[in-house]
Design a protein around this ligand. Structure first.
Ligand SMILES: C[S@@+](CC[C@H](N)C(=O)[O-])C[C@H]1O[C@@H](n2cnc3c(N)ncnc32)[C@H](O)[C@@H]1O
Length: 254
């Protein structure tokens, strides 16, 4: 993913957003969490380190959002402390954004948003022109997914439980509850680096299903290596993309 593809202004703006937050989580919040917001304790200090200009999956998501013709309806599976969700809430406009995680919303994240009340397991917020919802629930539970019925998402980020069976489950839920728009980009974090890895094989199988069912050309399903939530402070992530809007790996060649 090069700067000629991702407008350098996207990266600069995303980094500026992150710099505005110096602490993503407190010991107290971490201790009272269900499973540490998916962050091993030894990595906690790294959450606050500044990121360089190397593209991350957040930059990719903003790049994709800019290419979707309709208002963005974004679903993030696995929000954690909210580093990615926060940036998108700041830079998108007129979007509907839903975060789904079995942790309660990180109180440090929620204080950046205007609360619009609670509707069952859904907490409602606004940020600028964006409408936000946080669904505290289990991504394995069809009942929890049913709370989202009626929304058609055109940008989905799968970043919760990086196990093949959960990737299949998420896809099954998106299909069962008719949550995926005809025009869509779906992005998966943390696939295996190797083609034969179990998570990559699940991604490829889901990609084939989407190709068959929705007429996506084979080149609409691809993988790229990008930095993740800790940027240059950890290894590159293998990111999977399936889309109906004409994005191909060629656009992201290094
Ligand atoms: C890697 S973190 C997400 C990072 C975040 N997307 C970002 O970029 O900043 C994974 C999150 O998935 C959540 N998670 C894992 N399994 C889940 C499940 N079955 N249901 C709901 N949330 C789950 C964890 O609580 C954790 O917060």
């Amino acid at each position: 993913l090069q700067n000629r593809d991702v407008n350098p202004q996207i990266i600069a703006r995303n980094r500026e957003c992150l710099r505005a937050v110096d602490q993503w989580i407190t010991d107290e919040i971490y201790r009272h969490s269900r499973s540490g917001y998916g962050c091993p304790e030894r990595l906690l200090p790294m959450l606050n380190l500044p990121l360089d200009e190397e593209p991350t999956y957040t930059d990719l998501l903003v790049y994709c959002a800019d290419r979707i013709s309709r208002p963005v309806h974004y679903l993030e599976l696995g929000v954690s402390v909210g580093k990615n969700f926060y940036v998108l809430a700041n830079v998108l406009e007129h979007a509907l954004m839903v975060g789904f995680d079995w942790e309660r919303i990180n109180p440090l994240l929620a204080r950046h948003f205007h609360s619009g009340g609670v509707s069952g397991p859904l907490a409602i917020y606004t940020k600028g022109t964006n409408r936000l919802m946080y669904l505290q629930g289990d991504i394995d539970s069809s009942v929890d997914w049913s709370r989202l019925a009626g929304i058609r998402f055109n940008l989905v980020f799968s970043d919760a439980c990086h196990q093949p069976e959960m990737l299949y489950r998420e896809f099954e839920m998106l299909e069962r509850h008719e949550l995926l728009d005809g025009e869509f980009v779906m992005v998966w974090d943390d696939l295996d680096a190797l083609d034969a890895g179990p998570i990559t094989r699940a991604f490829l199988a889901i990609g084939r299903r989407l190709q068959q069912d929705r007429g996506i050309p084979p080149e609409g399903c691809f993988r790229i290596a990008l930095n993740g939530w800790l940027g240059q402070h950890e290894h590159r992530h293998t990111i999977g993309v399936v889309n109906s809007i004409g994005l191909t790996a060629a656009a992201f060649a290094r």
